[in-house]
Design a protein around this ligand. Structure first.
Ligand code: RIB
Ligand code: CA
Length: 317
């Protein structure tokens, strides 16, 4: 009989956003994880809204182990969002009760302190622009060797973007931060759009969510109903994609994904290509390998894993 393994220590850096919020909900009730901190970044919504959403989310879910909460930097220069799949408030207009944040330390400080408290044990799951992760590394270059791993929702494996024709939203929002993190000597896993986009949820998924009388259900059902409306109205799709949720599953269930070691970089200045993940696929590659790229996934397996995780969140709330 195998001994129970220690829960994996995780920091979730995110820009909630509906898919971010679903991933946080799953993670907070996954017994395989210890969510040490959840930190806000501007991206899908502005900095203040991202922080407020994260606080409200954690307060509503009231998980058995409360994570530290990081406050998004308000000075991050982000491009205007062409449209929002997440609604004006970033959570599909579910209007969660707002809660005051006691203390309220900057996300980069919370991340730095968590890494110092748990050297080489922490995985950073980056679900938004990499602004905070880049700032932690700039604040203390020596911290890189204390980070266990970084799993990044972002980039494109074949240049099929969402924010632009060739860039995903997270890399497009802060290309310099993405380029900086990718260049750091850290174990990095990239979960690109083409792979997270393989997992599509239909309306049956909505029916299988936790019931409204659970705290998780009260949150998930209206939020994801908005996601279905937004995908239909803005993208003309009947199904929805939850990119950040697939990235969480990549961290918890890596066997559901196929990976390649790649030598990659990020374009930061191109008018047409800013934020594009560029991979050296030359036969006689010159660039040095610096990341694992998840090039495909078992979409049915990921979807099942997501339903199990959300059902567990419902049962616990
Ligand atoms: O491109 C993927 C990202 O775009 C996700 O993090 C999602 O939140 C959206 O902002
Ligand atoms: Ca996100």
């Amino acid at each position: 009989m195998s001994l129970p393994t220690e829960p994996r220590k995780l920091i979730i850096d995110c820009d909630p956003g509906i898919d971010d919020a679903v991933a946080v909900t799953m993670a907070l009730f996954d017994p395989r994880l210890e969510v040490v901190a959840v930190t806000a970044a501007a991206g899908n919504v502005g900095a203040e809204q991202a922080t407020a959403n994260l606080q409200a989310l954690v307060a509503c879910l009231d998980p058995p182990r409360l994570p530290r909460i990081g406050v998004a930097a308000t000075d991050a220069a982000l491009p205007a969002r062409p449209y929002s799949m997440h609604g004006a408030d970033g959570l599909g207009g579910i209007d969660l009760p707002r809660v005051p944040l006691h203390g309220g330390h900057a996300s980069e400080k919370v991340i730095w302190e968590a890494i110092k408290a748990h050297p080489r044990q922490l995985t950073i799951l980056a679900l938004g622009p990499l602004t905070n992760v880049s700032r932690v590394l700039k604040r203390d270059p020596g911290i890189a060797e204390l980070i266990g791993a970084v799993v990044i929702c972002g980039g494109t494996a074949q240049g099929l973007g969402n924010a632009t024709p060739v860039a995903d939203f997270n890399f497009f929002s802060d290309p310099a931060a993405a380029r900086h993190v990718l260049a750091e000597p850290i174990t990095k896993t990239l979960v690109p759009l083409e792979t997270t986009g393989q997992v599509v949820y239909d309306l049956d998924f909505l029916e299988r969510l936790p019931r409204e009388f659970t705290r998780a259900g009260r949150l998930l059902r209206p939020m994801l109903a908005h996601a279905f409306r937004a995908h239909r109205q803005l993208l003309g799709c009947e199904g929805i994609r939850l990119h950040d949720v697939a990235a969480l599953v990549a961290a918890t269930d890596p066997d559901l994904f196929e990976r390649e070691t790649v030598a990659a970089d990020v374009e930061t200045t191109g008018d047409l290509t800013a934020g594009m993940l560029v991979i050296d696929r030359r036969r006689n590659r010159v660039w040095r390998p610096n990341a694992d790229l998840l090039v495909a996934c078992d979409a049915v397996g990921v979807r099942d894993r997501v339903l199990k995780g959300l059902t567990a969140a419902g049962e616990a709330t």
